[in-house]
Design a protein around this ligand. Structure first.
Ligand SMILES: [Fe+2]
Length: 192
């Protein structure tokens, strides 16, 4: 019978998964940047691309600090998130709605990474891999900052511009519907 795997084995496995996820993101981020209409959003994706390239190198340092070979293992999770992002980019949305959707897609990826790095830092600390923990924490901080930047762009105007754009449902239903009582029987009442 094979020997049972340890937390160290699981840690290396997660590192390989995350290494692959970062590499996938270096290919996806330029697409998000290209699809952005808002200049600040495009710039946010571009600067996170540069950061992500640094994160790939930082993971290589982590492998080295552990005396492990640098190796990736296909990350299905981020592949799925990237796939969903691609489907959104194929939609025919107006420019600001597309920007809001690109932010949503980007933040899904950031949160996935934050979860991964949060675990990696905690495990590295628990096993006394101080150097690895320090490096992983640096990336975790960058992911959190990137996520915050996207929230600021969304809440600082992009969401509102998208909401202020043509809104078919609202156009059909005047204020009376929102006030209650006089709703037309054919209206989509489930939405309120
Ligand atoms: Fe990353």
């Amino acid at each position: 019978m094979a020997e049972a795997g340890t937390l160290h084995d699981a840690f290396i496995d997660e590192l390989r998964d995350t290494y692959d996820a970062e590499k996938q993101l270096t290919k996806a981020l330029p697409k998000l940047a290209k699809a952005s209409s808002n200049a600040k959003l495009r710039q946010a994706f571009e600067s996170h691309l540069e950061e992500t390239q640094g994160q790939v190198e930082r993971l290589e340092q982590v492998f080295e600090s552990l005396g492990e070979k640098v190796r990736g293992k296909h990350c299905d999770g981020i592949a799925g998130i990237i796939e969903e992002g691609k489907s959104i980019m194929e939609e025919d949305f107006d420019d600001t709605t597309m920007d809001a959707c690109l932010i949503a897609a980007g933040q899904r990826a950031e949160h996935y990474e934050m979860a991964a790095y949060g675990t990696l830092v905690a495990w590295a600390q628990a096993m006394g891999h101080t150097e690895a923990a320090k490096l992983l924490q640096q990336t975790l901080d960058e992911e959190k900052a990137a996520d915050k930047k996207l929230s600021e762009l969304a809440e600082g105007g992009i969401n509102q511009s998208a909401a202020d754009g043509p809104h078919s449902e609202e156009d059909e239903e005047p204020e009376a519907a929102a006030a209650g009582g006089t709703r037309k029987s054919s209206s989509k009442s489930g939405r309120r």
